[in-house]
Design a protein around this ligand. Structure first.
Ligand code: 4AD
Ligand code: MG
Length: 461
């Protein structure tokens, strides 16, 4: 017999024989009959297996406990019990792997998220994390579908690089040196010309710089890969290893950029609502009662578009007692972003034209000489979910900025050459995949929307 997934079985008609394989969620019953709730990961819904205790070996039956994996063959029938439409009357049961009930850490419900993080290798087995990671898959698929349908090309930009795209210096070094005894040059400094790549290298903080080169030839590209930041931010919104989606488009100005950001994020949210209904409903009931309403609200309303200067104005007049001061030239902090989104405008907000001094070197300079054509998209409960900009395509202006900031220009020769040969207006942005996951699932901590989180002092599993 061929094994069937529980999702398909639950969608099918009774009256036939089926073979399921999965893990025991719960078992209850009497000396005569046992009811096993089985799950195989294909859906949040379990299938009930009814076991006539007299018909099976006692020793085998003893091993059917929460967490055990098994195969069950039997007849699919309408269930007379409440809570499920169908059930399987077991005829044959094979145990693959028992799970000692004395030691299996996932008993019953109600484990804290913190505890589950410590057993991240097993937390997939819970309803919550099953739902979260099915949704994560669906979102990733929707990213590719959206861009493919729009004619964007998926570009694989390097993970090991020599550049610091964001200029913030928050990089993890990549080396094969013996750190206790690295080769030194004549001045006693570490000699990286002897390192694996013959130069200093690090894990990328963004695929943008290479992505721009693709866009200035292929037209519209996107990257979707892991990015790494060695910032010591222990917050519910920061990871040291996170996934970013970076579209980059030739001939787009910042207004086109905003249109894309809004259409794209709405598409992803709608995709999950349309395709992950059971999981979203579960999360809405168990994790965040406002989730569905919030997702639908974002879909139903236009995002607000304001400049940084307007945002500072709103914040200054708010009468709030801010932890971080508000003033033109200062960066917006999470508390400011969330005030704008959750209290003032009450919907996603796209903020543009930030002061040049608080944004990266590559952003297009405005004529005022003070601001750049930046774009941040702010979401309810999350704050910044997207960062992007129109890019400076003028060689001289870009070069001047690089010199002002003391960025080693030699390292960026290839990036600068894009401005020498057939330069063109272009724009792009980066969407933090886990930030979007937080918004879509209602989960509260970014450590709980990536399978194995990497954060300061934590790289277990
Ligand atoms: O605003 P950021 O730093 O922008 C860039 O990296 C640009 N190169 C993107 C581009 O224009 N192509 O990061 C983009 C997004 C943020 O808005 C945030 O959602 C997410 O990446 N992000 C993080 N997510 C989790 N943990 C962190 N430490 C993050 N840092 C940024
Ligand atoms: Mg940013």
């Amino acid at each position: 017999m061929r094994r069937e997934k529980i999702k398909n079985i639950l969608d099918s008609e009774p009256g036939r024989d089926v073979l399921v394989k999965g893990w025991v969620k719960t078992r209850r019953g009497s000396k005569q009959v046992s009811f096993i709730a089985m799950n195989d990961g294909s859906t949040i819904n379990n299938i009930q297996v009814v076991v006539d205790m007299q018909a099976f070996d006692e020793e085998m039956l003893r091993q059917i406990t929460t967490g055990a994996s098994l195969a069950v063959e039997g007849k699919l029938v309408r269930s007379e019990g409440r809570g499920q439409p169908l059930e399987i009357q077991a005829r044959k049961i094979e145990i693959y792997g028992p799970a000692d009930p004395e030691k299996y850490p996932l008993q019953k419900k109600g484990h804290s998220m913190e505890f589950l993080r410590e057993i991240a290798h097993l937390r997939f087995r819970t309803n919550t994390f099953g739902a979260v990671f099915r949704i994560r898959h669906a979102l990733a698929y929707a990213v590719h579908k959206y861009f493919n349908d729009k004619g964007f090309y998926y570009l694989h930009t390097p993970i090991i690089t020599g550049s610091d795209a964001e200029g913030a210096g928050e990089m993890f070094r990549v080396t094969t040196f013996d750190l206790n005894d690295p080769p030194k040059d004549g001045n006693g400094r570490v000699d990286f010309t002897k390192d694996f790549f013959g130069r200093e290298t690090n894990l990328t903080v963004s695929g943008q710089l290479e992505g721009e080169l693709g866009a200035l030839s292929l037209g519209e590209i996107y990257t979707f890969g892991p990015t790494f930041r060695a910032e010591n931010s222990n917050t519910p919104r920061h990871l040291a290893e996170f996934w970013m989606i970076e579209p980059e488009m030739a001939f787009y100005d910042n207004d086109d950029n905003m249109d894309l950001a809004e259409e794209f994020t709405k598409y992803l949210i709608k995709y999950v609502l349309d395709n992950c209904g059971d999981d979203i409903t579960f999360l809405n009931n168990m994790i965040d009662k406002g989730l569905l309403e919030r997702l639908n609200f974002v879909l139903a309303n236009d995002y607000v578009r304001i400049t940084y200067t307007e945002a500072v104005d709103v914040l200054s007049k708010s009468g709030k007692d801010w932890e971080f001061p508000v003033g033109w030239g200062r960066d917006l902090q999470a508390e400011h972003e969330r005030y704008l989104v959750e209290q003032y405008y009450k919907r996603p907000v796209m903020v543009t034209d930030y002061p040049m001094d608080i944004k990266a070197f590559y952003m297009k300079q405005n004529d005022d000489g003070k601001t750049v054509r930046a774009l941040d998209v702010l979401f309810p409960l999350i704050g910044e979910i997207i960062g992007g900009s129109q890019r400076e395509e003028d060689y001289d202006k870009l070069m001047r900025r690089i010199k002002e900031l003391g960025i080693p220009e030699k390292e960026l020769w290839w990036f600068l050459e894009a401005r020498k040969f057939g330069t063109a207006p272009h724009s792009g942005f980066g969407l933090g995949f886990e930030r979007l996951m937080l918004f879509v699932t209602g989960m509260k901590n970014i450590r709980d929307v990536i399978p194995f989180p990497r954060t300061p002092r934590n790289a277990d599993f």
